[in-house]
Ligand binder design. Sequence first.
Ligand code: NAD
Length: 325
Amino acid sequence: MTVLVTGAAGFIGMHVAATLLDRGEQVVGVDNVNNYYAVSLKEARLATLTARPGFTFHRMDLAEREGLLDLVRKHPEIDRIVHLAAQPGVRYSVENPRAYITANVNAHLEVLEAGRHMKKLRHLVFASSSSVYGGNTKLPFALEDPVDTPQSLYAATKKADELISYSYAHLYKMPLTGLRFFTVYGPWGRPDMAPWLFTEAILAGKPIKLFNQGKMQRDFTYIDDIVAGVIGCLDKPPAADLVPPYRLYNIGNNNSEELERFVQVIEQACGRKAIIELAPMQPGDVVATYADVSATHRDFGFAAKTGIDEGLPRFVEWFRAYHKL
Ligand SMILES: NC(=O)c1ccc[n+]([C@@H]2O[C@H](COP(=O)([O-])OP(=O)(O)OC[C@H]3O[C@@H](n4cnc5c(N)ncnc54)[C@H](O)[C@@H]3O)[C@@H](O)[C@H]2O)c1
């Protein structure tokens, strides 16, 4: 059978699709290839997938009413969905609020509607985010913790996705699992995120900005660990007797790194010192993230394998090769 991967031209979507193809699955990818960041990077990711047997791609805006519904009707062999398409980024949501409602709420609804009308939906896994923990100060962030204090519209839309999904699982008995990802990095990563911004600036001898005067902590998760978590979860839909068939998990490295150490590891991988500018806290940002992954470990045997000492040099190596630096 076949897996539908939304956001297949995106960072995580490309890696999930590639790993599914590696194990012999058929993959239908969907993405609108929007210009939130360089379209050339999205096209280059897609080129690595379209070259492979078993992959078909549809350029489509998921927010368009019934577009995905038509697609799943034409592809009755699709039996699982990994929904990763979204408008990401915390800071961009301050300037562009509507993009988040369109991509993260309207498009999310269309994905659920498509799933609802499929003859046999075995499992729909969707991306949520650690940002739903908002202003929480109790670390690590655990699934039982309240998540009613979003610090950005991005976080609010991800929390909305969780609630809307729960209602679909309740009403239509759809097997749904939400995954709260914690800061994901690795080869083919996003140009708006710290690993890319810092590596680019350090290699060019330009200054990097450390917000909140550098006093930040993040649970950085290497892409291979995220992919293992997504696919491990996809393979284990909620048990038939779970009412409603809805679950949530954290996927993180279970280790919160100081930003200063993170910068040092990139400096080492680049072979150059960073020029550091300290800046105030950005609106929408949170000071620390740290994932409690005990439920993810218990139910899927999930355990992150790659720390930043191994993962960041791999990112820097990819970055140099991609830019021929
Ligand atoms: N990367 C992280 O650190 C991180 C952390 C937490 C959660 N997430 C979530 O994981 C998912 C994947 O993130 P990513 O880092 O790969 O982001 P990404 O921006 O690289 O990928 C998202 C893809 O979705 C596509 N897309 C956006 N709106 C669309 C629409 N309306 N129709 C069709 N396609 C659309 C974009 O073109 C893009 O290729 C997102 O849901 C994101 O919110 C990511």
